[in-house]
Design a protein. Structure first.
Length: 263
């Protein structure tokens, strides 16, 4: 509890420092909203033209998109600088993180904290509209709401774990942008759509090696397509914890290999 209170205190200080530049904050939020809206509209236009993709309707694809968008926004809000660890490694500023009398990961997560309002709001709107349409058609009922909330929480933890493991590689390579493009950006973008679209080997990779498929696709099969029992919603959160523990163990090992690049 002491560490949690300290984390909240550091977040508050980070937010205060960022709000010194309110115009920049508003501009970046609007720009992010425009990018994510354009991204989903491209998919929606295709689906409106052809009706479905591999048997997945527009509402079902929107459900996948909304979940992973909200999960990503939660992860990036609470652990923004985990994703940007390389800037600390290149400059040598990671040394100052190590010197703080608190766990290194908490110190890093409290740096430059910002809530991604644009992604959160858009993801929520898309998800709510998709679920509303499916409820009206009788595809799902109100029980899908709490199950979806659990799915979002476990999805955020999985994305955070993937980001943490990717960042840890930086202790050996220093630069991690190219690796992040593959493990975070490209993999997450692929998981916005039904995994049936991809070859079996790639689908398997998105469910095991880079398990972004567990954030939305696997739970969606149980919640909205009723292809598996609801036991899936109990298994996925447990797997997310296991994935996090593996990533955290890798992180702790990676810190022991850190060599300062500063002066």
């Amino acid at each position: 509890m002491k560490l949690f209170k300290l984390y909240l205190l550091l977040i508050r200080a980070s937010l205060k420092s960022q709000m010194q530049y309110k115009f920049n904050f508003l501009l970046s939020t609007l720009f992010a909203a425009f990018v994510t809206i354009a991204e989903f509209l491209m998919v929606a236009l295709v689906l409106m033209k052809f009706g479905n993709i591999k048997g997945w309707s527009l509402q079902e694809v929107a459900y996948l998109y909304g979940i992973i968008m909200i999960s990503k926004a939660i992860y990036r809000s609470f652990a923004s600088d985990v994703h940007h660890l390389d800037k600390y490694l290149v400059s040598g500023n990671f040394d100052s993180i190590l010197l703080r009398p608190i766990p290194v990961l908490i110190a890093l997560m409290s740096q430059n904290f910002r809530i991604l309002f644009a992604e959160l709001i858009q993801g929520t709107i898309v998800l709510v509209l998709a679920m509303k349409a499916m409820m009206e058609s009788g595809q799902i009922d109100w029980t899908a709401i709490p199950l979806t909330i659990v799915t979002i929480g476990s999805g955020a933890l999985i994305l955070f774990s993937i980001g943490l493991a990717t960042a840890t590689v930086g202790f050996w390579t220093t630069r991690i942008e190219e690796l992040q493009t593959m493990t975070e950006d490209a993999a997450r973008s692929a998981a916005q759509y039904p995994l049936e679209l991809y070859p079996k080997w790639f689908k398997g990779m998105l469910l095991t090696l880079i398990p972004v498929g567990l954030t939305n696709y696997v739970p969606a099969l149980a919640i909205i397509r009723h292809e598996y029992g609801l036991w899936v919603i109990g298994v996925v959160p447990m797997l997310s914890v296991v994935i996090f523990l593996i990533a955290f163990a890798f992180w702790r090992f990676g810190i022991t290999k850190y060599q300062s690049t500063g002066t």
